[in-house]
Design a protein around this ligand. Sequence first.
Ligand SMILES: C[S@@+](CC[C@H](N)C(=O)[O-])C[C@H]1O[C@@H](n2cnc3c(N)ncnc32)[C@H](O)[C@@H]1O
Length: 230
Amino acid sequence: MSRSAFIPALRFHSLTRFYDALLARTLKEDAFKRRLIAQASLEPGMRVLDLGCGTATLSLLIIQSHAEVELHGLDADAQALSMARTKATEAVVQIQFHHGYAQNPPLVKGSFDRILSSLLFHHLQRADKVTALSRAFALLKPGGEMHIADWGKPRSTLQRLAFLSVQLLDGFETTRDSVEGTLPRLMGESGFADVVETEFGCTVFGTLSIYRGRRPMVEVCPEEPSSDYR
Ligand SMILES: C[S@@+](CC[C@H](N)C(=O)[O-])C[C@H]1O[C@@H](n2cnc3c(N)ncnc32)[C@H](O)[C@@H]1O
């Protein structure tokens, strides 16, 4: 991990309690999160992780539409997780929440069928993105899939200007990869196969992209053999 701290949902801990209301009012949050869930083709019995779950808005949508999955949520922010637990209790749903970093998740490798993540990766420095993607890859079962919604390459000058608001809040360094549309390449370099930006949409804060990648069933050994056993 290049830094021990993390960037909270709205940069400052004191603003976390306003996060849900702000997102609901300014983004078509429900719509893009539902599209992310639909893309993941969840099936009964699957083990699913919401990476960077925050206050669990995505987690709740997942479990309310797919009650038969085993859902886990992970976030670095204890305050957001406390809000998440309250929301899950009020909604009377079962979600197992974990406090930890995406770069070092306290979860069993090779145990998840799907990982979904919404608006986490633009909070991470480049090195942390790469580590988090590699760890997510390792958490997936062979054939498992990762589905990410995050700020992507702005599709117009107006969208680029709109994204300055996110950069001013969350920082220019962590969000540079969004402007450059780098996340699919980083996913590929972390081992994911068939990486693709499946869709994007324009918002008042910039362009939101949805990506998909898969852990191959059989992994190809990248190195040349040191001996020929034939
Ligand atoms: C913008 S919020 C998104 C929350 C939620 N996924 C959503 O879509 O509403 C970003 C979240 O990422 C979490 N976060 C930031 N860095 C993290 C890290 N290194 N590991 C785990 N969570 C992290 C923050 O605590 C915050 O809850």
